[in-house]
Write a protein that binds this ligand. Sequence first.
Ligand code: HEC
Ligand code: HEC
Length: 377
Amino acid sequence: MNFRSVRISIILLFAIAGLVFCTPEFKAQQRETDERIPLGLPEDTWKYYVPRNNPMERSKIELGRKLFSDKRLSADGTVSCETCHKEELGFTDGRSVAEGIKGRIGTRNSMSLFNVIFNPSQFWDGRSDTLEEQAIQPLINPLEMGNASHDEVVRRLRSIDEYCRDFQQVFGGEITAVRIGMALAAFERTLLSADSAFDRFFAGDASAISDSARRGFAVFRGRGRCSRCHSFNEQRPFFTDFMYHNTGVAANHPAFETLARSAAAATESDQAKELIDRMAKVDGGQELGRVLSSYLLFDIGAYRTPSLRNLAITSPYFHDGSAKTLADVVRFYNGGGRTNPNLEEELHPLGLTDEEQRDLVTFLESLTDERLRNKQK
Ligand code: HEC
Ligand code: HEC
């Protein structure tokens, strides 16, 4: 089954789950598609993770999908969401940092959109609470889709008959920025991924992963201390605690130490918000991470722990794309992260042997969705 048909099937599943009174028509569709939540994700995904104020509906999801890949949403018609979030790359773009309209280079690595339904907040620094709110930010980011305002996008879409009809049908009204966000968010909630060799192993198939991956899993939970932040259990099989930590990646930027010291002083002052908002705009300011939205001292240089699913197809890694390979990532942790004034206390050199490091990489690769792996071939 190819990925598109899986997605279509997932949509049918939404329709089924949302329909408390299962009509014969939906039962027939369910039989036809035989779809399920990917092995490894919570069975109650649709029940608990879809917000009541934006229910999943088939026509809304389809509208979101259309908007997601439409370049007309950008100021000069050259960039769509898909430009930076490509399905075959796990909804990333393969670049260190993103490139928007007119070749404008951003400051951060494009994030995977798989399983965003489970995120309590969005972006590397969590500055957006909901997917609805997040989805309309790239439209007016000058380094991404470059529109001067949301009104500009809305005006452009209102001049396209097809979209006027679509929005009327889905929302019973005209095109608005909020509705664009709702449709995009509904579509994004269908982007589920698990079904990896590791998920089969965890579900009881001892032969699903190699001996090396199994040893790597032991290092991951044991001496590597990785699961301390990339937490994993049956109820929350996401390989992230969804919290913010300073691992020292931000200290890659030459200006970081100086900026971090000023930010630390700023958080102590009465004008913390004002001072930090100003620092966000200077060169390297985005490297301050979570503090840019929390204004709290311990969040300087902290970023959200990313999920580790589908790593085999989402290189390069870290919020600045500074690690090209998983071996680079593991070497970084084996050295205890990068020293800086705010480094998480837990990080210190691990002393893993070369073999243990290789096993850890093999384990990380086993977290890749089999459907995506096949797509790569
Ligand atoms: C120019 C490239 C680019 C474009 C275009 C783009 N994104 Fe992104 N996206 C990124 C980058 C880079 C990040 C991380 C930014 C950050 O954390 O500051 C990101 C983050 C996200 C996240 C957060 C994921 C998470 O786990 O927190 C979502 C959701 C998202 N984008 C959806 C979209 C949607 C929807 C569109 C179209 C409206 C879009 N993106 C357009 C580059 C892009
Ligand atoms: C203290 C919490 C913490 C610990 C312990 C930790 N990580 Fe991370 N991990 C993070 C954070 C936070 C990031 C994002 C850092 C950044 O980009 O600034 C990250 C990023 C990563 C990435 C990059 C993923 C991507 O999509 O870019 C990988 C891979 C990774 N960690 C693997 C590991 C492994 C393997 C271990 C154990 C050796 C480990 N982590 C230990 C918090 C942690």
